[in-house]
Design a protein around this ligand. Structure first.
Ligand code: PLP
Length: 455
């Protein structure tokens, strides 16, 4: 019997396999059991508060105690706890949320398909695009272009689009035709002596060369996160997205903006595509859509994509795709209320204002001996710690120092995420000036203690 017996921790160790966790390490360490949340904070079993500086998993826009979402869920549970949308059925919350999303998202995204997770949404994108191209009589146009370090989920198709080693290793992925292009992160992948503009030009040339080598008639879509988030918070170099959009138009390739993290104000603009000035054919939304109070994602797409699919359902009899929980009434009711709150409280405007304060506050650490780069946009930021600032040499192995910083952060009462040696911050959109200042100050203590740990 260990000291955790009869506790939740012991039961967890005895029964669970955790996502994104080293299971053997977990058996020794046990879980941090979180019991409640209030505003931007969560509390563990012992009552210790933590600032949730990653908003859970980059998602809890309105904080952890929004009673209006609880009420929306409660009311919907009482009225109609479940119904589906197969075979011509519908219900009000999913219709209303669909309408709202068409109104909120950029021009041209006039159709919606609901799923319960970002991964399911991206699998849906792959299948919709394949179905569409079969319907249009071009069955060879099936390949995807994605990027190294991009994150699009973990199911078989979305995990294939993801460009991170741990998501492929020993899972036999990628399992769909996808080419991963160079990660558009200038600090890490820019060549010695190359300017940012030259870096952009090189990446666009690589994309075009790949399209021409594979044959434009075989490339169906390009998918990317406007600002790459889960792979290490990497904003694109200047001019990258307009250049990618131009290539997509030139070669008749659909442009998919995966805004599962970027969407709904995270970057200080309504959407990532708006922020970087491009117009996608398909947009994927989740996380801040319901503040993750309920599992929900949405694929938004153009009338052109819809028409090709709709015509084919007429020909072959149905769109043979959909989930039991597609457009779940409780999830969509919560999503609708959550978006109302985001609008009423101008949380996107707050993200822009507080984002400027956060980015400015964190930039003071650019001179810290451990910090190689401070980066981000709006309320998402990353600090990359390095062994040698001058040469950008990473620590060996990558991730060990990041993990130490992540654990020090817990001791300091703040939850962050280490992506390798990048310390990621993505606080709820409701943060105040005081909250931002507290997060920035705490980050300073974490860096100093991590520096001492390294020494
Ligand atoms: N796409 C992006 C950009 C994401 O960041 C994520 C999750 O972090 C996903 C897709 C997958 O979403 P889920 O974890 O809900 O399957």
């Amino acid at each position: 019997m260990n000291k955790l017996s009869n506790s939740l921790g012991a039961a967890d160790i005895a029964t669970a396999l955790h996502p994104y966790t080293n299971a053997r390490r977990h058996e020794e360490k046990g879980p941090l059991v979180i019991t409640r949340g209030e505003g931007i904070r969560v509390y563990d079993e012992a009552g210790k508060p933590y600032i949730e500086a990653l908003a859970g998993l980059w998602s809890v826009a309105v904080g952890f105690s929004e009673s209006r979402l609880v009420e929306a869920a409660h009311n919907q549970m009482q009225a109609l706890p479940y119904y589906h949308s197969f075979a011509h059925k519908a219900h009000e919350p999913s219709i209303r949320l669909g309408e709202k999303l068409v109104e909120m998202t950029p021009e041209g995204l006039d159709r919606v398909f609901f799923t319960s997770s970002g991964s399911e949404a991206n699998d849906t994108v792959v299948k919709m695009v394949w179905y569409m191209n079969n319907a249009l009589g071009r069955p060879e146009k099936k390949k995807f272009l994605a990027r190294n370090k991009g994150y699009h989920g973990i199911t078989v198709a979305s995990g294939s689009l993801t460009g991170l080693p741990y998501n492929h290793m020993d899972f036999d992925l990628p399992a769909i035709p996808v080419t991963h292009l160079t990660c558009p992160h200038f600090y890490r992948f820019g060549h010695e002596g190359e300017s940012e503009a030259e870096f952009t030009k090189r990446l666009l040339k690589e994309a075009e060369d790949t399209i021409l080598r594979e044959g434009p008639e075989t490339i169906a879509a390009f998918i990317g996160e406007p600002l790459m988030a889960a792979g290490g918070v990497m904003p694109p170099p200047e001019g990258y997205w307009p250049g990618i959009e131009e290539l997509c138009r030139k070669y008749d390739i659909l442009l998919v903006s995966d805004e599962v993290i970027n969407g709904f104000g995270r970057l200080g603009s309504s959407f990532g595509a708006t922020h970087y000035g491009f117009t996608p054919d398909i947009m994927v939304l989740s996380k801040q859509l319901t503040s993750s109070y309920m599992p929900l994602a949405a694929v938004m797409f153009s009338e052109k994509v819809y028409d090709a699919i709709a015509d084919n359902t007429g020909r072959i009899g149905t769109f043979g795709h959909g989930f039991t929980a597609s457009g779940h009434p409780v999830a969509t009711a919560v999503g609708l209320e959550n978006l109302k709150i985001i609008e009423e409280r101008d949380l996107m405007g707050n993200a822009q204002r507080m984002g400027e304060r956060l980015q400015a506050g964190l930039r003071q650490y650019a001179d810290h001996p451990l910090v190689g780069e401070v980066r981000g946009a709006g309320l998402i930021a990353g600090l990359e710690v390095v062994a040698d600032k001058a040469t950008k040499r990473p620590f060996d192995p990558v991730g060990k120092v990041g993990l130490a910083a992540f654990e020090i952060a817990h001791e300091e009462g703040m939850i962050i995420r280490n992506v390798g040696d990048t310390l990621a911050l993505c606080p709820p959109l409701i943060v105040t000036e005081t909250d931002v200042d507290e997060i920035v100050a705490c980050m300073g203590r974490i860096l100093d203690r991590t520096e001492a740990w390294v020494a």
